[in-house]
Design a protein around this ligand. Structure first.
Ligand SMILES: Cc1cc2nc3c(=O)[nH]c(=O)nc-3n(C[C@H](O)[C@H](O)[C@H](O)COP(=O)(O)OP(=O)(O)OC[C@H]3O[C@@H](n4cnc5c(N)ncnc54)[C@H](O)[C@@H]3O)c2cc1C
Length: 479
């Protein structure tokens, strides 16, 4: 490269979103000079860090707060991610199979799940309606009552036992960066320990400044979590958005579950109810959470991000109105108070125990330990013009070669899907071609057969498949 600080595409932030875009642009477009700038010394040190999220590959079948449309969208995103992971030599460290289910407790929730099953079954061939005895075979601790025997209230679940359900998004980010650097005909420049302080526009180029260097680029995509909004505001975009950082904490217990157990979502609440999951890097434990606590920082446990929070909050009457609209709902008020109490030493375990017992009734106080330094922050946006909290990912595409992404859950699962949207927009802006055929063959699978194959894990040998025994149980159940 004649001048090492000049790029066609520059990405800010090497979490799973930025690194997925780096890979997609390097592999599937004709864009020649691509750079990525990350403020820490390695990819995925913030929300994509393996300990900072729930590691769930969201497919839409057990997330009762998703509409059918949203469920099918994340199903497609998850399928692409699984297809990418299964092509990697270290796939066993990227993607994992565990049983998964969403549990309904009480008549109302059971009825809701039965109706949801009828709606979803055509789209999710692996999904099963699980009665109490079926749940008992997969997750014995879920059906056990505290006083012995089976729990008495009606329970039902929707789940599957044989699919990819967990991803190490941190390892995945490294795989994306590695894959991008292996593209021989491209210049892929990865800059760590560079904190972008400011962006300017000059003569149709973006000038991206860190403390030591000024980079020039024709196109720019910012994947910097809550910081994306701050950089967008600097350039005069997205001023109608404010950012509300919502932290999630977790508790560890001894291993009481074999897989992921979600619960039915209260549809008045903007965040997922707590669930129990294996931690892919902490064998022998179950992780319960996340909680949802509003904190005035953009990165968990990093109080130096407080000034940036104040800049993206842009507190005014419209933000106050949006918050007031939230707090007017009784369920949300109670939920917020409870989540504050979840952080208060001494009482937090007692309160959390009550919620966790909906999943595993036999949990004891002494089983729970607060997971220190575990859990990230979801950068939720407030749309000030509409006076409401936005759920899911948000994107500001300026149409002038700059895109800004803010990615709360399920942003890990959707990283490739989002990356492809940005990749196509940037390629069109730069006049570069996109290898749609190569992309379809590698990420989408060449037909229905292979799509299901990658998703449901049939690419792995039986010996490699930890969930083989669940499949056998299901065969017996069906038989
Ligand atoms: C509690 C919790 C649970 C979650 N659970 C799930 C789940 O189970 N499944 C799922 O799919 N998603 C989940 N998510 C969401 C998922 O973790 C995020 O959507 C995803 O990690 C976002 O990736 P990202 O690359 O956009 O952001 P990040 O991973 O936060 O990366 C942003 C990067 O930008 C860098 N950066 C920031 N500012 C600058 C700057 N000025 N200069 C240079 N670099 C900068 C940061 O250092 C960081 O590396 C969860 C999130 C939370 C908080």
């Amino acid at each position: 490269m004649s001048n090492p600080q000049q790029y066609d595409l520059l990405i800010i932030g090497a979490g799973v979103s930025g690194s997925a875009l780096l890979y997609s642009a390097a592999r599937y477009t004709g864009i020649k000079r691509i750079g990525i700038i990350e403020k820490y010394a390695a990819p995925a040190r913030v929300n994509s860090l393996s300990s900072n999220n729930s590691q769930t590959l969201h497919c839409g079948d057990i997330e009762t707060n998703y509409s059918l449309e949203k469920a099918l969208k994340v199903q497609r995103a998850a399928r692409m991610l699984a297809n990418f992971c299964l092509r990697q030599p270290d796939r066993d460290h990227l993607i994992y199979q565990y049983p998964k289910m969403v549990l309904g407790v009480g008549e109302r929730e059971c009825e809701l799940l039965r109706a949801r099953y009828r709606e979803l079954q055509a789209h999710y061939p692996q999904l099963r309606l699980l009665e109490k005895k079926d749940i008992a075979r997969i997750e014995p601790a879920v059906v056990a009552a505290r006083r012995g025997g089976l729990r008495e209230e009606p329970i039902v679940a929707l789940g599957s036992t044989d699919e990819y359900t967990a991803v190490n998004f941190e390892a995945l980010s490294r795989a994306f960066v590695r894959g991008a650097c292996q593209e021989a005909d491209k210049t892929v420049d990865v800059r760590y320990n560079e904190n972008v302080l400011h962006i300017d526009v000059e003569a149709e180029r973006f000038l991206v400044s860190s403390a030591t260097t000024c980079y020039q680029t024709r196109a720019l995509v910012v994947c910097a979590g809550g910081h994306s909004l701050k950089l967008a505001h600097d350039l005069g975009y997205g001023r109608h958005y404010s950012c509300l950082p919502v932290a999630g904490s977790y508790y560890f217990t001894p291993q009481v579950l074999n897989g992921k157990v979600y619960t039915v979502q209260n549809d008045k609440l903007p965040f997922a109810a707590i669930h129990g999951d294996p931690d892919v890097l902490v064998p022998g434990k179950t992780r319960f959470g996340p909680t949802a606590l509003i904190l005035p920082i953009l990165e968990r446990y990093n109080y130096r991000t407080l000034p940036d929070f104040l800049r993206v909050l842009r507190f005014d009457r419209q933000v106050a109105k949006a918050l007031w609209e939230l707090l007017r709902v009784r369920d949300i008020r109670r939920y917020m108070l409870k989540n504050i109490l979840f952080e208060v030493p001494l009482i937090r375990k007692l309160l959390f125990l009550r919620d966790a017992r909906k999943i595993v009734p036999t949990l004891r106080y002494r089983d729970l330990s607060f997971a220190n330094k575990v859990g990230g922050i979801r950068p939720q946006l407030i749309d000030k013009t509409q006076g409401r909290l936005l759920l899911g990912e948000a994107k500001i595409d300026t149409g002038r070669g700059a895109i800004f992404n803010m990615t709360p859950s399920p942003g890990g699962t959707s990283c490739l899907e989002n990356a492809l949207i940005d990749m196509r927009a940037v390629a069109a802006f730069l006049g570069a071609e996109v290898d749609e055929q190569g992309l379809a063959a590698e990420l989408l699978g060449s037909g229905d057969e292979s799509q299901e194959t990658a998703f449901s894990g049939r690419l792995l040998d039986d010996a490699q498949r930890p969930a083989g025994r669940w499949r056998r149980w299901f065969r017996r159940l069906r038989g």
